[in-house]
Ligand binder design. Structure first.
Ligand code: 9MR
Length: 482
């Protein structure tokens, strides 16, 4: 295979705040499945992959049928190309997948091997593959899709020939090959309360109790928007499911997210899809043990859905021209929404919001880098934060809804809307300029009279739609606007 030729940087991608940048700032992994053929030939695809993602999963290149179609004659080139690309671009690789009932070489499935030979072949496959990529592939889907929908074990060649112990054996062999790799079991239709979820939960619990080296559970999250669009969109239980499994002491991940729509796609379906992607992202990134979210294909141009599920499609974040869809913007917005701290500067005056020592009305004063000008924004809901300095919460005095009410520092009390502020973005892409709206009044925080004077008081003002610079604050440390 020819060496990969990296395209020139995508100006659109580099000028904007990518998913990768936002995820990295929070210590999160956002990943994509990688089509080896698209990576080889499409420089636009290469650019999106490296700018938008800090994790990759080979979509097919590491499946056994593709690595060893002929017994003893491994073909590593396509998998190597993906791993090399990832290493060059500082990306994590999720290896996919070592033990599966599909994409097997015919020399495994044709019944010619004895049980002992089959067991040995599986062990060699797991260990040979993992050793080759040790240090470069840090996470593996060791066992994939082991269950039926009813929660019984799937009658695969592995179950039938090796018995149910094949699962524990696979994890032990994997751990032996690369003790530092994170080892996952991966499945679909376990994202909500299904018999499969129950069975998967019990299996992981039992494996852990037996000391089997399993580190994580992957939820594939292949999702669909039916026609007509149902009133209740999918993925309402995903976060609860992730928390449930995290309670077992394992990491969790969304490993193969896509949201296909019944064709033809229209604006309503695209909007429902965007909301579904938002839910998936919010579910994962709201759970501390959800370590990564991977989409199963980064563009509709090369989606498995076209041939895999006829009549359905348009499942990915980018369209066929690699342009961002509403789903992309939603995932980006979720990634941008996080706790942060720093100075709060009034845009019209250049002075800094200042917390007086005795809890009186806040003022603006020349920026000094002092502790009384350092504010911590703690997220309480989407785009809603408490704002504290020196242990005191920004508060609309007396929970007044009137314009002119003082903004004061008070002891923080959970759940008080006069201490919670919606951050409404106001600037350009990449800016950190916001208005701060108390959630009990939806007025906004402003310097009294738009004053530029030192020590001018800060109050709750009428929300102006026309001249907002006197109501705009630059929040150092805030997520940059997507
Ligand atoms: O997207 C993959 C498609 O290109 C392959 O033809 C197919 C069979 O190997 O596998 C698809 O990926 C599957 C993944 O490996 C496991 N979960 C379901 C995915 C979609 O079918």
């Amino acid at each position: 295979m020819p060496a990969l030729i990296l395209g020139t940087p995508d100006p659109a991608a580099s000028a904007e705040i990518t998913l990768r940048t936002l995820a990295a700032a929070r210590g999160l992994r956002i990943g994509s499945a990688v089509s080896d053929s698209a990576l080889e030939k499409d420089s636009g695809y290469q650019d999106k992959l490296k700018y938008e993602f800090n994790s990759v999963t080979p979509e097919n290149a590491m499946k056994w049928a593709n690595l060893e179609a002929t017994r003893g004659k491994p073909t590593w080139e396509k998998a190597d190309a993906i791993v090399d690309f990832a290493v060059r671009n500082g990306q994590t690789v999720r290896g996919h997948t070592l033990v599966w009932h599909r994409s097997l070489p015919t020399w495994i499935t044709d019944g010619t091997l004895s049980t002992a030979e089959l067991r040995d072949a599986l062990k060699q496959h797991i260990q040979g593959t993992m050793k080759r990529y040790a240090g470069r592939v840090s996470v593996w889907d060791v066992v994939n899709e082991a269950f039926n929908e009813d929660g019984t074990l799937r009658p695969s060649i592995w179950l039938e020939r090796l018995g149910s112990g094949y699962i524990a054996d696979a994890f032990r062999w994997a751990h032996e090959a690369d003790p530092s790799a994170k080892l996952y079991i991966n499945d679909f239709d376990a994202e909500w309360a299904t018999p499969k979820r129950d069975a998967l939960y019990k299996l992981v619990r039992d494996l852990r109790a037996q000391g089997v080296p399993i580190d994580g559970v992957g939820f594939q999250t292949h999702t669909l928007i039916k026609d007509p669009i149902p009133a209740a969109l999918p993925l309402t239980q995903l976060q609860d499911t992730l928390k449930l499994f995290a309670g077992l002491g394992v990491d969790v991940a969304v490993t193969e997210l896509d949201v296909r729509v019944k064709l033809p796609a229209d604006a309503d379906k695209v909007a429902a899809q965007a909301e579904t992607y938002r839910r998936a992202a919010a579910a994962c990134f709201g759970v501390s043990r959800c370590v990564s979210l991977t989409v199963w294909g980064l563009t509709d141009k090369y989606s498995w859905v076209d041939s895999g599920v006829p009549g359905w499609g348009a499942a990915d974040l980018l369209d066929r021209n690699l342009q961002k869809k509403p789903a992309y913007t939603q995932v980006q917005a979720v990634l941008a929404d996080r706790d942060f701290a720093g100075a709060v500067t009034a845009l019209h005056s250049g002075q800094c919001l200042t917390m007086p020592a005795d809890g009186r009305q806040l003022i603006q004063s020349p920026c000094s880098n002092g502790q009384d000008q350092k504010f911590t924004f703690q997220r309480v809901a989407t785009k809603v934060y408490t704002i504290t300095s020196g242990g005191k919460c920004l508060t609309v005095d007396g929970a007044s809804t009137a314009a002119g009410a003082a903004i004061v520092g008070r002891a923080c009390v959970a759940g008080k809307p006069e201490q919670q502020f919606e951050l409404r973005p106001i600037g350009e892409v990449g800016s950190q300029d916001y208005r701060l709206l108390p959630t009990h009044s939806y007025k906004c925080v402003a310097v009294k009279g738009g004053s530029t004077a030192n020590s001018a008081p800060v109050e709750q003002a009428q929300y102006l739609s026309t001249t907002p610079t006197t109501q705009t604050w630059r929040l150092a440390g805030a997520p940059r606007q997507p």
